[in-house]
Write a protein that binds this ligand. Sequence first.
Ligand SMILES: [Zn+2]
Ligand SMILES: [Zn+2]
Length: 371
Amino acid sequence: MATTTSPLVVVLLAVVAAIAVSPVQPAFALPAGLPDIKSLTNPWSAFKNLSGCHFGDERQGLGKLKDYLWHFGYLSYPSSSSLSPSFNDLFDADMELAIKMYQGNFGLDVTGDLDAATVSQMMAPRCGVADVVNGTSTMGGGGGVRGRGLYSYFPGSPRWPRSRTTLRYAITATSQTSIDRATLSKVFASAFARWSAATTLNFTEAASAADADITIGFYGGDHGDGEAFDGPLGTLAHAFSPTNGRLHLDASEAWVAGGDVTRASSNAAVDLESVAVHEIGHILGLGHSSAADSIMFPTLTSRTKKVNLATDDVAGIQGLYGNNPNFKGVTPPATSSREMDSAGAGELSRPWRRLLDGAAGLLVGLSLAWL
Ligand SMILES: [Zn+2]
Ligand SMILES: [Zn+2]
């Protein structure tokens, strides 16, 4: 019941004021628990201290990087792990193999070392979905096969039934976001339309979860599915494979639901539609792709809009659901905006996270780090 204005409130008011005068007018969902603007740091920034490490090294922080590799499916815990296992800081043979697989997936030189390009890629914002399931890369580039699609499906290639040509989605959990419902409806209608244009699938918004195949909501922290959100940056979102239909967004992100995200005042601004298009890909059955220009590439740079399906995305979704005879083809990549980054472009990109295999479906996610 303080009657004076605290420094924290002053900071928050300053942030609100800065946004209010921004020419972009982003629909920021200012997180209720946003403690301090300084907290908006890349959760993986400490990885840069590991640049140059290679097999045989022992350096503080390598255990954290092993945990990262584990989270995205590249590394397993030793079978002797205790109830609360943790990785040690030794760069061992398993870690070298994991890094080689990672490098293959992201189009990097397969050195097995933590070279600068690899570390930079690992620090980049990314989706929470795993790239590797049960030790096998699900990303098409991992096998080194070129000249074919780089898209992937989840194990068993689950898809929505052929009888379901129209899927209904409901935006059900919005209490933790300040983005208004009309804006959310517009953003998701646009995101779904990008997939329906390439296939014979149709999507309609339903009024409630009871009427929907797909449910979309904003959640903070631990929200009951084993993949807790981590506040600003870090994990952005995750979704489940068919026919689970759940799509979760981290309520704490500085979402931009309108305007030009590339001109957003915050370096941590995340374009909602870009994340939505990617997560819908998972909802429909697509895994990650090694094609750097694809929607299903695991990483997304902050302050970047990437919403157009690439040739690889179209091939992947049409492989599951068939063609749309009216499809006009992919839109050439925009050159005026910062694209979601590719592994080889030297920009920031982001990796995705662990795929949880279970009766409820496969969990996929999108996380954002910020360099
Ligand atoms: Zn993903
Ligand atoms: Zn969730």
